[in-house]
Design a protein around this ligand. Sequence first.
Ligand code: ZN
Length: 212
Amino acid sequence: MIPRHGPSEERLLAYAAGVLSPPQAVVVATHLALRPAADAWVRRLQAVGGQFLEETAPVALSSDALTRALARVETDAGEVKRPALLNDMPELPEPLRRYALGPWRWIGPGMRVRDVHAPRDGDCRVILLRIDPGRETPRHTHRGDELTCVLTGAYATETDRFEVGDLEEADGEVLHRPRVVSDQPCLCVAALDGQIQLDGWLGRLMQPFVRL
Ligand code: ZN
């Protein structure tokens, strides 16, 4: 069986508690939309957390909690109100349909990127990456966390293979060179903190041209 890749439990707990940074939450929400079993687990966690809050101190809930509660009420009433869909990519999972998208930009042979206009957190923002079959990104590491979820196709690193719905967590300690191994282009959504750091002398030469 192919191992499934997902967020760490710490990150899922932070997401369930509503304290994950907004760009990372967008990528985790996308992963959960593609992995119903993990989504059910997070919802159970949120329900238990909500009950725990009710039974302990009467604290003020965030406005997000109210929105989520209202959404649940609407779902229960059979009238699901979906947020307005704001972009030109109907193939995207629902959590990504609510954000406007910037223009596609060329960043290398067979590689394009476009901004997802989701809330930022400092330098951390959400992007879509589209890489053609057989292409690989330059070998790189990261200034901060990089969270990547596969939307179409598949890519492999030196040690792992990531399929649709898989989520890869990378940070400054991970040096990798993802290569697309599917017959179709690999479309990913990523929350990226700062610019990636290209490795080697060629990478350092290319660095000014690879702006994600
Ligand atoms: Zn990376």
